[in-house]
Design a protein around this ligand. Sequence first.
Ligand SMILES: Nc1ncnc2c1ncn2[C@@H]1O[C@H](COP(=O)(O)OP(=O)(O)OP(=O)(O)O)[C@@H](O)[C@H]1O
Ligand SMILES: [Mg+2]
Length: 759
Amino acid sequence: MRVSELDVTQQVKDVLRKRGYDELYPPQADAIEAGALEGKNLVLASPTASGKTLVAELCAMKHIVERGGRVLYMTPLRALAWEKYEEFQAYSGVERRDGRRIRVGVSTGDLDSRTIWIEGYDILITTNEKCDSLLRHRSPWMEGVSLVVADEIHLIGGDRGPTLEVALARLRQLSPRLQILALSATIRNPEEIAEWLDAGYVKTDWRPVPLREGVALNERIIFNDGSVKRLEPLHNADVINIAVNSVLDGGQSLIFVESRRRSQSVARQAANALGGSLKRRDLAELEKISAEIVVRGERTSLADELAFTVAKGVAFHHAGLRTEHRRIVEDAFKAGRLKIISATPTLAAGVNLPARTTVIGSYRRFTPGYGMYPISVLEYKQMSGRAGRPQYDEYGESVLIASSSDEQDALMENYVAAQPERLYSRLAQEAALRGHALAAVASDYAHTEQGLVDFFGQTFYGYHYPMGNIKLILAAILSYLRREDMIEYKGDYVYATDFGRRVSELYVDPYSAVIIRDGLRRGAPDVTDFTWLHLVCHTSDMRPILRPRRNDIEAVESYIEEHQDEFAFRLASDEDYVDYEQSLGEVKTAMVLGAWIQETAESDLLEKYSVAPGDRYSAVQNADWLLYSTNELAEVLGMTEHRAHLRRLRERVRYGVTEKLLPLVRLRGIGRVRARVLYNSGFPTIASLKRAPVAKLVEIPLIGPRLAKVIKEQVGGLVDEEEWRRLDTAASQQRALTEFIEEEPEKERGEKEGPEEPE
Ligand SMILES: Nc1ncnc2c1ncn2[C@@H]1O[C@H](COP(=O)(O)OP(=O)(O)OP(=O)(O)O)[C@@H](O)[C@H]1O
Ligand SMILES: [Mg+2]
């Protein structure tokens, strides 16, 4: 099917033409033939990079331009939401019927906001959780949605699947004429998803670049198309040998390994193995990228190690890395500069990062607290499906590693030739259901027990199973919520209390809310920062916690001894080891947050507590949200005593500073490192900065003329333009000193969520 034959407006065709698309890919043509543009619900199950997004784009244009509709695009991850947002920008010049141009928005942040600014958007891209939260806040925008795209629908079978199915059920309840488009690369049972959604389905195996999957034993790879490949023995570790062979043949490789530590050691070895084979021009570019890594964020041994391997064309990639570092690595790989990435499997579920060769170093994966587990076929297919870069490679290859010929056969059968697991719902668990049950009552999805059963009957769970089981779980949940004063009954009708409604809006688990409420009531003999940090770490929403290592268990235990009076909760006893380990982890997380707000350097957190910057970052994000929630719940419960303390503490956690630095760190361009330097250089307050001449500020390490000017503009001091220009010219010679780029949490609410207001 040709683009010119499509039933869309000329402007939309022009966008496609401009991108160089003349012909639809076969799965796209199938989807159009199945009625995607005529408003039919559709499940599109088709391999990685087979162009599913374009189908969503065409449908979206149909709704907005020709039918005056509104489009919601749901993705499982923030990074993916932003990737889609960039892609949809291509349509921002297209006009609607009324002549106004299309407005595209993205919303991934702050879960407790009504986000009034989304009103003007025609397309909104969200994470599944953010969508659920907008529904809970009864955002009026959601009521006008006429098309919803559910990307990566296979995640309905994962931990966060219940949120996705509940959100879809609610969206359908809101707009009975809603069109649904569900997309996935790896589903075995698309017909079941389709039947649930009253949809048709298209399932294809078409790929833009052919893929062969194989299993290697030493230097010999057997592929599923019957071919055999012999490798040059260039390295004694198989994973590295396969990757290096691919690079010497002009390709790029992704290596998946089971742990972070291993991803680093593989990267180091691969960097050495690659040595000498890179072109000089590549090396010069890699030097620049490596330098960029060093100036991004506080320096740690982890960043230094990454910079070292990157300079040699190889990177490691795991959740311990800062987000910016991960992004630099991804971009450098897409640009072809980096030749090899060795990653933990989290990468497979993330951004779009194809490579010619995917090496799956281990079909086991390390799960903290559980040990080594074999991965699912679905996960394997997600990783292997990444192989083959359109426009660069003629084929893609994925390789598993075996250590005996028996294992080679077994892997062939259990992964390569296997089908991904059937998807089933995980909704019927109390932990998953209680928050959604409260939300359903609090946001008026239903007000009777039968109404709730009917509502949850519209989920994927309800499609698959009889409701008896859910009914029982719901009854237990409702009596729990009633006991804890989150809901109340009036005859047969059930309503949320103010407390319950706030819990639902804040997006905290009802269990967490009970812990928070009880902790606020109880306090501690000696209420300190640690009391509240530990309280939020004790909730079920603090995930993941930072687990103690063998070498810091003692430190955690003696901390507990010394700070006994500061706990609002008694800790689990060491008789039950699983609970005890969990509670040590909660204490450790609170200790790390405590060190963070005492301005402990990122490198010390890594050395002392083995907490990598990426982990510190997620702990801070979670604590920020939970301290905010604690403060909000204190308000609704009328417990004002600790609110000022909580507010200050939350802000310190966001910035990682002692209280004295708060005024400085609130300035744009100033993170905690620069705030400390200013403070120690004799500028501890805004007033002192206002009085300071620019020349004085420029003398301070890490403060260049540009930043000095930015500071002065914010504090309202005077800048002599001529003097400033002189300083700026002089400084450009020794820029290196001021290049350090600090982490700065968004300083205004809503900023993270993209463009603040539509024009
Ligand atoms: N008709 C077309 N002609 C040429 N290129 C196309 C066409 N349709 C899509 N592409 C390109 O194919 C690439 C992959 O498309 P897309 O991201 O939609 O894959 P996908 O099916 O969503 O895969 P995944 O399962 O990994 O999400 C994109 O870079 C896109 O620009
Ligand atoms: Mg996609």
